[in-house]
Ligand binder design. Structure first.
Ligand SMILES: C=C(O[C@H]1C=CC=C(C(=O)O)[C@@H]1O)C(=O)O
Length: 393
């Protein structure tokens, strides 16, 4: 594997500042490791009115150059922001390798740990978040917006620089399932996280999407935990919140699929911290030449991270959320030159910049939401990253 980060620039690409250029994306039993940066792709997915044209051409050309340079099946790896008009954070790495995940491989080790936490703050704070939820609920009563996903950012200031590799190992040790990711950012920051949610996987002519929406906290007592999951499964509020996501994904995928397998009811998916309502949607493509990245960009942002209807929910979010989401609630993953790939939704994540860590979490708000419960839910979601930092949620 090449260790150095060689950068090739051409129009539409910025010069990448010094970065280790080390990537990770895991899925099931497989881990994708990539190193070295051949090219960076910063073109936004949406350029003016024409969604995707320049972007997908740029990706295709970058992969082509990789092939011409001798790579057998080059890949693009990285992250795309929540707002598709913002710059993408994608790379064609010098080298990549698929490995089988080895259990126990991810121990954080005890030789190093997180530096002391000096201070932390929530943006918005508790009352600001609850006001935003209330605002959204009133808005639903006077408009045709049905759902909006509202989020918080937790800023942590440590006494010394954070060892990202240690933090990633800690996160992986505590969350063995899900899509674990580590992406270096052009400004020197690093995006890390473990997402439970698959936006889209494409393998040949098969596609899978596994939206999640509707959540409840896991409990330590097994009986109480089972009760909590049973209640989630029959909760009308959560089923409604979930249905809006599934129906929108179905609407978008159906024209591309000869056969779309849609379970009638959601099932349960668990992480270390939460239960989620989950629907695994599988399809066979009419025309397998469409790429995983093209389909993922059509689906994004789903009502699981934005709301319904999409554009009006996005406007409401912009109005009430007092921070820029950036890569949070975007997508993270990879795509190869044959159009196969896998994109997870960028949640349960944080951005590490030297001695600062920013964590993010959101919750789907519908008319039946209660501000106190939604605040508790985002705190639980923040717990995934906080626990990895050794901080009680
Ligand atoms: C936006 C987040 O979660 C989404 C994914 C699963 C369940 C969700 C929910 O129940 O609200 C959210 O839609 C987050 O974790 O920050």
């Amino acid at each position: 594997m090449t260790i150095g980060a060689r950068v090739m620039c051409h129009e539409d690409m910025d010069i990448l500042p010094d970065t280790k250029g080390k990537f990770l994306f895991t899925s099931g039993e497989n881990e994708l490791h990539a190193e070295g940066i051949r090219e960076r792709i910063a073109v936004p997915v949406r350029n003016g009115g024409t969604a995707g044209d320049l972007f997908h051409r740029t990706v295709e050309e970058a992969l082509d150059r990789g092939r011409k340079a001798g790579q057998e099946n080059p890949i693009v790896i990285g992250a795309i922001p929540f707002d598709l008009s913002e710059v993408s954070c994608l790379y064609v790495p010098e080298d990549h390798e698929w490995r089988t995940r080895i259990d126990g491989d991810a121990s954080p080790g005890n030789h190093l740990e997180m530096p002391a936490l000096l201070e932390q703050r929530s943006v918005p704070d508790e009352s600001g978040f609850k006001r935003a939820v209330q605002h959204a609920i009133v808005n639903f009563q006077h408009s045709d917006v049905r759902k909006a996903v509202l989020s918080v950012m937790r800023e942590l200031q440590f006494a010394a620089p954070v060892d990202v590799d240690w933090l990633m190992r800690s996160l992986r040790a505590q969350n063995k399932d899900g899509y674990q990711f580590h992406v270096p950012l052009p400004d020197g920051g690093e995006l890390i996280g473990v997402s439970p949610e698959l936006l889209l996987r494409k393998t040949g002519n098969r596609v899978v999407s596994n939206p999640l929406a509707g959540s409840t906290k896991r409990l330590t007592d097994p009986v109480a935990d089972k009760d909590a999951s049973d209640r989630l499964l029959v909760s009308e509020k959560d089923q409604y919140e979930h249905r809006l996501v599934v129906e929108d994904i179905q609407r978008i995928l159906e024209p591309f699929c000869a056969d779309l397998d849609m379970p009638e009811k959601p099932s349960l998916l668990s992480t270390a911290a939460l239960w989620h309502l989950s629907t695994r949607i599988g399809g066979l493509l009419n025309d397998p030449s469409i790429t995983a990245l093209e389909l993922a960009c059509l689906l994004h942002p789903t009502p699981a991270v934005c709301g319904y209807p999409t554009e009006r929910a996005q406007r409401l979010i912009r109005f009430v959320e007092p921070f820029e989401r950036g890569l949070f609630t975007g997508m993270v993953g990879w795509c190869d030159a044959e159009g196969n790939g896998e994109w997870a939704i960028t949640i349960r994540c944080g951005i590490v910049e030297h001695d600062k860590v920013r964590l993010f979490a959101g919750a789907g708000i519908v008319e039946a939401s209660q501000p106190d419960c939604e605040w508790a839910e985002v705190q639980t979601k923040l717990g995934t990253m906080l626990n990895a930092c050794g901080i009680a949620a």
